[in-house]
Design a binder for this molecule. Structure first.
Ligand code: ZN
Length: 243
């Protein structure tokens, strides 16, 4: 089996399509594992949900997915994110709302736990420090865990009972071994590691290897749509710099 691991699509259909094309060019995939935040920030919330649902896939809930359907308050969002969230809410069909409403907080798939934020706090916690990663290894039972939310590609591994940070650079082939891992494939629709290209991973179960890829996409096309829809300027600008 080959799984495409996609996190934080964030209503960016142009980036999503570029990733689907790239994965297709690399022998394709059988199923998508989506790590949440399908919507929020970008210009095509309904289209991204619709496109995702055309594939065999599973998806967990992200904070933006919940906020867009009023399952969570936007009080903790910054004003710009909250504005985009209110706009997003108006674009969703009844079917979209039903889909987002029923996303689970976590899933176990083929030896991996899938969550948006962290195993301990699936909706809210950002896993960016060794300390928080170390605590979180106690909160999932599979050998490996996939997270999104920070939009930063990275790997934490557990060596003995101590967590360590590992880079997850573009083109990396991560061979799965005995060490437990928490892996973030980076963000499809709004990368935040200083590289504006869409980020995703593929897992090949036969090779027991997770591959990390970056994909160019038409950033100005997404930005133009955002401007036409009146989405906040800071959200438009940040796509150019991957932040
Ligand atoms: Zn996100």
């Amino acid at each position: 089996m080959r799984y495409a691991i996609l996190g934080d699509i964030h209503s960016n259909l142009t980036a999503f399509e570029a990733v689907l094309r790239d994965a297709g060019d690399r022998e394709g995939f059988d199923k998508i594992w989506c790590l949440g935040d399908v919507v929020g920030y970008g210009p095509d919330p309904h289209e991204c949900i619709e496109r995702l649902r055309q594939f065999e896939h599973v998806c967990v809930a992200g904070n933006h997915d919940w906020a867009a359907i009023g399952k969570m308050d936007t009080a903790e969002f910054n004003p710009v994110a909250a504005r985009a969230c209110h706009w997003t809410a108006q674009q969703l069909t009844a079917e979209d709302i039903d889909y987002l409403q029923n996303l689970p907080l976590s899933l176990c798939q083929d030896g991996f736990t899938l969550v948006h934020g962290s195993p301990r706090e699936p909706i809210w916690e950002y896993l960016l420090s060794i300390e928080s990663a170390q605590d979180n290894f106690a909160y999932f039972e599979t050998a490996y865990c996939l997270v999104g939310h920070s939009h930063v590609p990275l790997i934490f591994e557990l060596a003995g009972n101590r967590a360590a940070y590992r880079m997850f650079p573009e083109g990396a082939n991560l061979k799965l071994g005995k060490k437990r891992l928490i892996i973030n494939p980076g963000g499809v629709g709004q990368p935040r590691d200083g590289d504006p290209r869409a980020s995703y991973a593929l897992y090949d179960t036969e090779a027991r290897t997770v591959y990390h890829y970056r994909v160019e996409y038409d950033i100005p096309a997404t930005q133009k749509k955002m401007a036409e829809r009146g989405l906040p300027m800071p959200l438009i600008m940040r796509l150019s710099v991957g932040w």
